[in-house]
Write a protein that binds this ligand. Structure first.
Ligand code: ADP
Ligand code: MG
Length: 234
């Protein structure tokens, strides 16, 4: 498909609080093409997660438009939004969010279960994905039996399971030491070079330096958007 993967126009978001309506995104214009790898930086509270939640169809804007693969999502029902999430998007969060009682293979296979892929195919695909992130030997281990870095790689494999058009990662290295974080970034770079479109929120400039493009939020506005020169390759 032609056209941007993501486009936002005058995107605003207000939350209803006890003190009334609080606007935290004040009009964000953003476009992302297929194959891009963009980092989003900015201080805590600047609206990064709010923006990511909207990009991820976990929330809808109060004003403005969000086009995912050319389709405006504001008027979609919660079920339709869930459908777009399952079909087009993969998520990686700071806290890994794996099911503790399932082994890594089962965790990675879960999106394929939702997609109604038959059992045998599901296991095969999940195993390929685990292999792709270097975790094939740990397929039968539960999340608690592997390291944080391995859990995060499993979370990435799970995000890739449904062959998403876009992977959204919110502080994916936030709980990792710098060496493990570098391993994760090597994997992101490799996947991006294989064609994966990536948005990564981070407060670490070392992590952002691995992206091809850097954007910065402040006080609910996108204040910077530039190509990364001299990309870091850990
Ligand atoms: P960041 O990810 O950059 O740290 P957030 O998007 O999480 O920022 O938050 C932006 C602002 O919105 C903050 O002031 C935060 O307190 C507020 N906020 C976030 N989520 C909610 C919510 N569900 N209800 C009310 N305020 C919220
Ligand atoms: Mg956040």
């Amino acid at each position: 498909m032609e056209g941007p993967v993501i486009k936002t126009v005058g995107l605003k978001k207000a939350y209803i609080t006890d003190a009334g309506s609080l606007e935290v995104l004040h009009g964000v214009d953003f476009e992302l093409q297929r194959g891009e790898f963009v980092a989003i930086m900015g201080p805590s509270g600047s609206g990064k997660s709010t923006f990511m939640n909207i990009l991820g169809c976990l929330d809808v804007p109060t004003e403005g438009n969000y086009y995912l693969l050319g389709e405006s999502v504001e008027k979609l029902s919660p079920d339709q939004l869930a459908g777009r999430r399952n079909r087009f998007l993969g998520f990686v969060f700071q806290g890994f969010n794996l099911l503790p009682r399932a082994d890594l293979l089962e965790n990675v296979a879960l999106p394929l279960l939702y997609a109604k892929v038959p059992n045998a195919q599901r296991k095969k695909k999940a195993m390929e994905l685990l292999d792709r992130v270097g975790l094939a030997p740990w397929a039968k281990h539960r999340p608690s039996q592997v390291s944080g870095g391995q859990q995060q790689r499993a979370a990435l494999a799970r995000a890739l399971a449904a062959s998403p058009s876009l992977v959204l990662a919110d502080e994916p290295t936030g709980n990792l030491d710098s060496q493990t974080s570098d391993e994760m970034m090597r994997l992101f770079i490799e996947l991006n070079e294989q064609g994966l479109t990536l948005v990564v929120v981070t407060h670490e400039s070392d992590v952002a330096a691995c992206a091809k493009r850097l954007t910065r939020f402040r006080d609910g506005l996108l204040i910077e958007d530039k190509a990364v020169e001299n990309r870091r390759r850990p």
